[in-house]
Structures are given as C-alpha cells and as structure tokens.
Design a protein around this ligand. Sequence first.
Ligand code: AMP
Length: 272
Amino acid sequence: MQKRADAWRAENHRIGLVPTMGALHDGHLSLVRRARALSDRTVVSIFVNPSQFDPNEDFTQYPRPLEKDIKLCEDEGVDIVFLPTVDEMYPQNFQTDVNVEKLTQGLCGASRPNHFKGVTTVVAKLFNIVKPHVAVFGAKDFQQARVVERMTQDLNFDLEIEVVPIVRDGTGLAVSSRNQYLSVQQKADATILFQALLLGESLIRGGERRADLIKTAMGELINAIESSRIDYLEIVDLKNLQPVEEIKNSVLLALAVFNGPTRLIDNKVVTV
Ligand code: AMP
C-alpha cells in the first residue's frame, strides 16, 4: 500500500482515504462519494480495529461481510480496498499509542475509556500507510471527527480532514453497522434517538436556552421507551465538546442510548 501510494504521489495523483470497519452501508458510501469527488485515487480501508473496543464490547461479533463490502467498493469506483490483518497492524512488539487528551474525556470517551486511543493510533497508522491528501469521516461519530482533526493538527499530518453529514434511513435512524443487531421492534424503538434530537432542536428554536431543561425533556422522551437506557445525553460546545449550561452559540446535541444490549449514538448540530 505504501509503495502504491508513493507511486501515485510521484504521478501527481491526489489520494482520498475512507477509513472504515466494514459492514458497509449508505453512510460509508456517502463518504466514498465525497472522497472520490475530492481526489482521483480512492482507498477504502476495512479494519475491525481490536484496540478501539473495550473488553466487554462486540469485537468478535462485529459483522464482517467482506465479499459484499468489496463488491460495494468496486461498484463505487474505489481504486483500492485496503484490508490489513490484525497481525500486520499490531505485530508482536507493537508498543506505541497516539492519544488526544482533552477532547476524548467526555461523551463516548467517558463510557468507552480506551476507545479513542485505539482510534487515533490506528488512524495515524493508516495515514502513514495510505499517505492520503484527504481523509473522509462521518459526522455520525462527531467526537471522533473532532479528535482526528485535533490529532492531524497536533502531529502535523499533511492532509485535509473532510467531515460528511449523517446519513439516515426513512425513519430518521442514523444508519450504522450495529443496526444489524436490532430486532424489528428494537429498530422501531431506536428512532427515539432522532426524535429526541428533533425535540431538543425545536425547544432551542422556540427560544429555550437552559440546557438542563432541554436535556430533561429529551431524556423523558427516551425513557418512555421501555427498551431504551440512556448512556449519555449532552449539549456541548461545537469546538471543545464541553457541556454548556446556557445556549449562546451553535451547539451539538449528542446522545448514546442502549437499545436492549445494543449501544447506538446520534447527534445534531443546532445553530442559533
Ligand atoms: P465505522 O465503519 O463505523 O468505523 O465508520 C466508518 C466511517 O463512516 C466513520 O467516519 C463514520 O463516522 C462514518 N459513518 C458511519 N455511519 C455513518 C452515517 N450514518 N452517516 C455518515 N457517516 C457515517
């Protein structure tokens, strides 16, 4: 992959990278299309990265429909599907981590303590292997995108980070590889995440500025669904992701909700 990237760069091609864990869906494909629009050589990496899963999480269960994924990439005109193995990425004596300190403290970082360290380490490796001019991430993982932007700046990676809006299905549910874990009923219940975000947005649009009242209203809506359990529900500053008490500028409504055993995340930027 590195040799191919060097050869492309020598020929003045522009390389776009879409890092994924596979089980590709319309959300991933919108990233691929964006990468293709911004580059003339597109690489999709598929790597279920063990170091970003905490021990009690779904690493072994995570769906790996490789042939289907490769076909989807071919159909989208992807030049290379990069499929490293765990042993190639983390050989025996591997002992280096990349960690973004502050941005990873709250939201998903609070409930998944080792998650972002795993993400930034593998993304740094992918940047060094694929040598992209642009790497494309989804706003679905808003904190991840902010963390990767920070790492890119802090470590002087010479590339642009592009963030693409959340892709939802017809019910408003953000598409996700983990939606496969949901039963029909759980999938219907899971639309409560988006409904709560819309409620929060409409309260802000209606003039409410007190974050605690907005969070309470959103929380009550979610808690009315029996199978749902809130992991976090926050209103944070768009840049530093710190919770706000009073809504003055644009904010991010962000939540993680367990639907049965499956943890789903969603968010919405609200501009005031
Ligand atoms: P994953 O395979 O879940 O690690 O996701 C790979 C990339 O796809 C990440 O940048 C995600 O933010 C992005 N992504 C996943 N789901 C969506 C979605 N529904 N809309 C937009 N981007 C998404």
